[in-house]
Design a protein around this ligand. Structure first.
Ligand code: ADP
Length: 614
C-alpha cells in the first residue's frame, strides 16, 4: 500500500507540480519578454525625442544667454525676457568688490562732493552745485564714483530748473550697473529712477515697472522706501523668483545656472559688483507620442539644483519603461525625459489573469488527481480485503467439510467391517445420513452462493405453504436443540400461504437459525422463531441469547466472506450465509435485516411481501 501511495505521488502529483511550476514560469517569462520588447522600442524612441527636447531647451537657453551675455544692463533693462537683478545676500549694500579706485580718484570724489554740497547749502546755487559735482567727472573711472557725482549733479540741475538736462543725467545713472551704491548703501540706479519720476520724465507705472526689475537686488528697507516715494504698491512677489532668491541666499553664492520648479535660471555677474543679472527659461515641454502606445514626457527637475549637483534618485512609476536625464549646457540636471506606456499595465494585468487561470487549473488538476488517487486507493483496499476474505473462505470451507467427510469415512468403514449389532447399524446409518445432509447443505449453500453471484439463480414463484416450510424447519431444529441442550421455541401460529419460493425461504431461515445456534455462550442458550403477519407483509424473526455482534462489525455482516468472530475458531463457517440469505430474500421481494444485537444476543428478521395468499 505504501508503495502504491509513493508511486501515485511520484507518477501523478510530482509531475503535476513540475508542470505547474514550468507553466507559471513560462507565463512570467512571457510577460518579461513582452515588456522587454516594449522597453527596447521605448529606448530608441526616447533617444530621438530626448535629443529633440534637448535641442529645444538649448535654443531657449541660448536666447537667454545671448541676452545676459551682452552684459549691457541697458539692453537688459529694455528686454522682453523676464529679467531681474539678484544678489546672494539679497541686498547690494556691500561696496563693489572689483572696484579699485585710485587714491587720486578718492580725493577727487571728496572734492566734488564737498564742492557741490557747499554750493547747495551755502549760496543755494543749484546750477553752481551741479557744476561742482561734475567738475572732476572726466577724471573719475570707478563706476560707483561716476554714478554718484552724476546723480548729485542731476539732482542739483533738477532743483535749479534744468529739468531736461537733469532727466538725461538721471537716465544715464538709471541704466548703470545696479550694484553701484553709495557709502551708505544708497542704490543710485533706483534713486535715479525716483529722480526721473519726480521730474515727471517717466510716469508712475514706468517707474514701478523699472523698479520691479531691481527689487530683488535692493535691500528690503530701500525697496519699501522707494515704492512709498513713487506712491506705488509694491507688486506681489513672484513666488518662483522669491524661492530662487531664498535658495541662492541659503547657498551663499549665486550659481551660473540653476533649476527650480520647471524653470532654469541663468545668472551673470554684473561688471564689478555682487549683483547678478538673472533671467529664466521655461522648461515645460509638451509630451510626445512615440508610437506603439509609448508616450514621452519631460519631467522638469523638482527643487533647487545647480550645475554639478546630482539630481535626487527617482522611483520609476508602474507604467514607466525607461527614462533619461537631461542636463543643460551648464551641467544643471534640468529634468528627465520619461517613456511610458499603458501597455505595461495591460501586459501585467493579462499576465496576472493568466497566472490566476493557471493557479486555478493547477489546483483543479491536483484536486482531481488527489480525488482519483483516493478512489483508486479505496477500490484497491476493498479488493485486497476481498482477496483476504476469499482466502479465509477457502480455509474455512475446507475445514467445515473436513469434519463430516471424516465422520462419514469412519462410520462407513465400521459398517463395511460388519460384526455390528442391528441397533448399532441403525444408529450409524442415522449418523451417516445426518452428516451427509450436513455436507450437502454446505455444498448447496456454496453452490447457491456461486450461482447467485453469477446471477444464474432462477427462483420460480409459486403458491407456497409457509406453515409447511416452517414446520419442517422447526422439527429439524427441535432435534438439534435437544442434542445440543438449547432452549428452542417457535411461535408460528397460522403461518398461512403466499406466492413465493419455499426452498429459498427454507434456505434463508436455515441459515439464520443455524447462526442463532452456532454463535452462543456456554450455557442456557435460547433461540426463538416468531412469525408476525400484517397487511404490509410477513416478518419472521430469529432471536438468540448468544454472543451478539460487535457494533463496528454490524455494517459488514452482509458482505460476502465476512466473519464477525473469526477468533472463535470452534464455530465453523464460511462467511457466505448472511450474504446468500439477503440476496435470496431480495430476489423474493423482501430482505434480511439485523433487528438488533448486543451482549445479550441478536435478532435477525426475514421480511417478505404479503403477496397473494396461496
Ligand atoms: P458464517 O458461515 O461465518 O456463519 P454468515 O454469513 O452466516 O457466515 O455470518 C457472518 C458472520 O456474522 C458470522 O461469521 C458471525 O460472526 C456473525 N453472525 C451471524 N449471525 C450471528 C448471530 N446470531 N450471533 C452472533 N454473530 C452472528
Amino acid at each position: 500500500m505504501r508503495k502504491t501511495v509513493a508511486a501515485f505521488i511520484a507518477c501523478v502529483i510530482l509531475p503535476t507540480l513540475v508542470l505547474a511550476y514550468f507553466g507559471l514560469r513560462g507565463g512570467d517569462d512571457l510577460e518579461r519578454r513582452q515588456v522587454e520588447l516594449l522597453r527596447k522600442r521605448a529606448r530608441t524612441a526616447l533617444e530621438r525625442t530626448s535629443a529633440r527636447m534637448r535641442r529645444t531647451l538649448t535654443e531657449r537657453i541660448q536666447a537667454a544667454e545671448r541676452l545676459l551675455g551682452t552684459g549691457d544692463t541697458r539692453v537688459l533693462a529694455d528686454a522682453e525676457q523676464p529679467f531681474f537683478f539678484l544678489s546672494a545676500g539679497g541686498a547690494s549694500a556691500a561696496p563693489a568688490p572689483r572696484e579699485m579706485p585710485t587714491e587720486e580718484e578718492k580725493r577727487l570724489l571728496r572734492y566734488s562732493l564737498a564742492g557741490g554740497f557747499a554750493e547747495e547749502l551755502g549760496e543755494g546755487d543749484f546750477l553752481a552745485a551741479a557744476d561742482a559735482y561734475a567738475f572732476f567727472l572726466s577724471a573719475l573711472h570707478t563706476p560707483s564714483y561716476r554714478a554718484q557725482v552724476i546723480y548729485h549733479a542731476a539732482r542739483s540741475l533738477g532743483r535749479g530748473g534744468e529739468t531736461a538736462l537733469a532727466a538725461r543725467l538721471y537716465e544715464e545713472v538709471a541704466r548703470a550697473d545696479p550694484s553701484v551704491v553709495g557709502p551708505d548703501g544708497e542704490p543710485f540706479v533706483a534713486l535715479a529712477l525716483l529722480g526721473l519720476y519726480e521730474l515727471g520724465a517717466i510716469d508712475k507705472s514706468a517707474a514701478a515697472e523699472r523698479l520691479g526689475r531691481l527689487r530683488y537686488a535692493l535691500a528690503p528697507e530701500w525697496r519699501t522706501a522707494l515704492y512709498r516715494r513713487i506712491d506705488a504698491a509694491e507688486p506681489p512677489a513672484d513666488p518662483t523668483v522669491e524661492s530662487a532668491c531664498a535658495s541662492v541666499r541659503t547657498l551663499g553664492r549665486v550659481p551660473e545656472a540653476f533649476a527650480l520648479e520647471s524653470k532654469l535660471f541663468l545668472c551673470r555677474a554684473v561688471e564689478g559688483g555682487p549683483i547678478f543679472a538673472a533671467t529664466w527659461v521655461a522648461m515645460a515641454l509638451p509630451a510626445e507620442e512615440a508610437g506603439d502606445g509609448i508616450s514621452i514626457a519631460f519631467e522638469p527637475t523638482a527643487g533647487f539644483l545647480y550645475s554639478g549637483q546630482e539630481a535626487p534618485p527617482r522611483r520609476p512609476a508602474g507604467d514607466e519603461l525607461c527614462a533619461e536625464r537631461l542636463l543643460s549646457a551648464h551641467g544643471v540636471p534640468v529634468g528627465t525625459a520619461v517613456a511610458r506606456s499603458a501597455l505595461v499595465a495591460e501586459i501585467a494585468a493579462a499576465a496576472r489573469r493568466q497566472t490566476g487561470w493557471m493557479y486555478g487549473a493547477i489546483t483543479a488538476l491536483v484536486l482531481i488527481a488527489a480525488a482519483g488517487g483516493f478512489f483508486v486507493l479505496r477500490a484497491m483496499r476493498t479488493e485486497m480485503r476481498l482477496a483476504r476474505l476469499k482466502s479465509e473462505f477457502i480455509a474455512n470451507i475446507s475445514h467445515e467439510m473436513k469434519t463430516p467427510v471424516s465422520t462419514v469415512r469412519i462410520f462407513a468403514e465400521m459398517l463395511a467391517d460388519g460384526n455390528l449389532t442391528e441397533d448399532k447399524v441403525r444408529a450409524f446409518s442415522h449418523i451417516l445420513h445426518a452428516e451427509s445432509q450436513r455436507l450437502s447443505a454446505i455444498v448447496e449453500n456454496v453452490l447457491d452462493f456461486a450461482r447467485i453471484e453469477r446471477g444464474q439463480v432462477v427462483l420460480p414463484m409459486a403458491p407456497t405453504d409457509l406453515g409447511a416450510v416452517l414446520g419442517r424447519l422447526v422439527e429439524s431444529f427441535n432435534a438439534r436443540a435437544a442434542r445440543e441442550g438449547v432452549r428452542f421455541s417457535a411461535e408460528v401460529g397460522a403461518a398461512g400461504g403466499l406466492q413465493s419460493n419455499g426452498d429459498a425461504i427454507a434456505c434463508i431461515l436455515q441459515n439464520l437459525l443455524d447462526n442463532a445456534f452456532k454463535y452462543r455462550r456456554a450455557d442456557g442458550h435460547k433461540v426463538s422463531l416468531q412469525l408476525a403477519r400484517d397487511e404490509r407483509g410477513i416478518t419472521i424473526e430469529v432471536r438468540d441469547s448468544g454472543l451478539g455482534i460487535p457494533r463496528d462489525a454490524q455494517k459488514h455482516l452482509f458482505e460476502k466472506f465476512y466473519r464477525a468472530h473469526p477468533e472463535n475458531a470452534a464455530v465453523r463457517g464460511a462467511g457466505i450465509g448472511l450474504a446468500l440469505s439477503r440476496a435470496l430474500a431480495r430476489r423474493l421481494g423482501g430482505d434480511v435485516r439485523l433487528q438488533h444485537s448486543s451482549n445479550e444476543g441478536s435478532a435477525f428478521a426475514l421480511v417478505l411481501p404479503a403477496g397473494e395468499k396461496a
